[in-house]
Write a new protein. Sequence first.
Length: 489
Amino acid sequence: MTSISLLIKNALVVRPGADAPENGELLDIAIVDGKITRLEANIAAEEAEKVIDAAGKVAFPGVVDGHQHWGIYNPLGEDASIESRACAQGGVTTSLSYMRTGQYYMNKGGAYADVFPEVLAETEGKPYVDYAYHLAPMSKEQIGEIPSLITDHGVTSFKIFMFYGSHGLHGRSSDQSEFLMIPKEERYDIAHFEFVMRGIQAAREQLGDKADHISLSLHCETAEIMSAYTKIVEEEGTLTGLAAYSASRPPHSEGLAVTIASFLADETQLPNINLLHLTSRKALTAAMRMAKAFPHINFRREVTIGHLLADIDTAYGLGGKVNPPLRPREDVEALWEHLVAGDIDWVVSDHACCKDEKKFAEDRGDIFAAKSGFGGAEYLLPGLLTEGRKRGLSLRRIAELTASNPAERYGLPGKGRIEVGFDADIALIDPAHTYTVRAEDSESAQEYTPFEGFELTAKVTDTFVRGNHVFADGTVSGEPVGRYLHRPY
C-alpha cells in the first residue's frame, strides 16, 4: 500500500456539488504526491508520514481567485512573491491575474510572443500559490496571436477593458495610443471589442477540444458616460471622496456596457462571456435581462469581496478607490440579493496592491488624483463567510462561489474541489474566530486597507497548495511552491 504523504484528520470537509452536504461532513483527507487519494472517516494515522489534526476546523477547497492584478503597480516579480503570501494568508491557492500591454504592468507594447515569455520569467519560482494569467488583446496583432497563446502558453481566458475608449486607468486620458501603446492608426473601441470576440470564437472553432474552457471577460463601463459625469461632478463640487467617484462613474454606465457586450457576443456567436466585478443594481438588472434576451450565451457574473463588504460610507478613506467604484449601501444590498438568489457565479478579490506612496502620490485629499485599486485576497474567504452566513449562504455555496465555479470556467478542472484525484489545495478555517481587520497584520506590501476596523468572524489558520503547508498557524512557511498552470489544467 502506498503510504500517505499527509493526512489531515477530523476536518469538517466542504465539497461543492448538489450531492454534498450543505455545511460539510467530518472526514479525513489523505494526500499522496500533491493529490487527494482518500476522503473518508477514521483513516488510521499509522498509514501516514505526517498527520495534522484539524480538530473540527472547516476544510474548504483552496480559493481559486479568478481576478487579481500582479505587477500593475509594483514590479511583477515582487508582487508574485509578496502578494502571493497574502493569498496564502486568505486561503487562496490559485491566483489568476489579468495582464495587458501598455502603461503599467510591463510598460511595453508589441506582440505577446515577445512580452508574455517575459511575464512568465518574471514570476517563475516566486509565488507561494499556483497561478495563471488572463490576457487582453489590445491590438490587431494581438488578436491574431490568440490561437498560439492558447496552444503554446495555455492561456484560455481573455479580457476587454471597455472603458479605455477615452479613459485611462484612473480617469480621463488624452492620448489613447500612448496609454495603451498601440499603433497610432488603431483604436481601442467598440469595433475592436467586436474583432476580439471574433478572434476568440475563431480560436474556439479551430481548437474544438479546448473550446469549453476558452472565454472572454469584460470590464463593463462606458467611457463616454464616465467622461461626461466626471466633468459634471467636478464642476458641481458638492460631492467628495468615494461618493464623488461613484457618481462620476454611474451605475447606468455599467448597465449600458453590459448591454453592448452582450449584443456583440450574440453578433459574433461567442458563447462564453464573463461579466466582471458588477457593482450595482442597474448592472445586475442589465445582466439578467441580457441572459433572458440571449439564452444561448453562457454568461458568468462576478462580484468582488470589496463591493460586498464596503460602501462609500464605510470604507476606510480614499484607499477604497477602485474601478468600478464602491457604491452606496443600497447597491451593496442589491449585490447580496442577487448572490443569495443564485445569480452570481463567483466572488473574487480583484487584488491589486497599490502602496500608500503610489496611491496618494499627487494629493491625499483628491479622489480623482488617487490611483485605483487595492488588495484584498487575504479577506476574500473570511469576509464572504462572515457576511454570507448572516444571509443564509451554506458553506457548500460559498465553496462553489470561491473555488469550483471559477475553476471550471477558467480551464482548471483539477482545482476547486476537495475530491479524490484533485489537487490537494485546502484552506482550514476557524469558523468561530472573531477579529478586527488591521492593515499591519496583512502579508501584503500594502500599508492600508479599505476594510480597516471591519470585524470578521472566520479566520484562515492553514493553507495547503498541492499538499504543501504554505500557511501554518497564522504564518507563511517554507519556500515558494507555486506553479504556472498551463490550461486546460
